[in-house]
Design a protein around this ligand. Sequence first.
Ligand code: SAM
Length: 246
Amino acid sequence: MTLYLVGTPIGNLEDITFRAVRILKEADIIACEDTRVTGKLTHHYDIDTPLKSYHEHNKDRMTEQLVEVLTSGKTVALVSDAGLPLISDPGYELVIAVREAGIRVETVPGPNAALTALMTSGLSSYSFLFTGFLPRKESEKKAKLETLMNEPHSVILYESPFRVKDTLMAIEKIDKNRRVALGRELTKKFEQVITLPVDRLLQELEISIPLKGEFVIVIDGQYETDEADMWWHQLSINEHVEYYME
Ligand code: SAM
């Protein structure tokens, strides 16, 4: 009786681990956001485990049911439509309930859009903040951006194709020279990751970045000195690497 939190691809179907496929095959139930989306993945990998929907709107009821299933000795694998469950996706409440019931929780790591964008962007990966989607209300969004852009950390945001231009304009109003990376359709056929000062990125948006598909925004940190170099120095003198691959 274990709840597995399983990472699945964010676009490219090959981005799934051997362990994830095995766990999805061996589980008694796969809890997923949309059975049609996960059905494509399970079909591709010949996985015939029954799918049950677990999403924002039924999560209270389903949490109870899944805890019962687990308590009866069965294994449940939780996935989301893409990437890691719980990361801007449902699952947190289930993990709390399952842990409270004294049942084991294990994560099977996998792809994630935020980290994929950060790694490709050329912006500092030594210290970063991930904050998911910004508030929709203009005033709240502006206030949150101002706070986030004052920090010495790269800031990673998820954004919809309908709001990405507005968000870049809000960033430009705060600091038009700030370097920003726009990751679009990561791991997919038309992947783009473009890093530019935000005013130039907005010009590029009109020319070579179609406003469709999925987007991640990474904003460079506000550094006092050459803080990115400082991070590198601190990390390179950290010798605690013995646990690697154990
Ligand atoms: N759980 C997912 C993860 O681990 O990345 C994130 C789910 S969140 C509901 C969906 C958002 O993630 C999208 O609106 C987009 O901002 C971002 N995203 C997911 N897949 C992406 C991709 N292939 N390229 C760019 N952004 C992506």
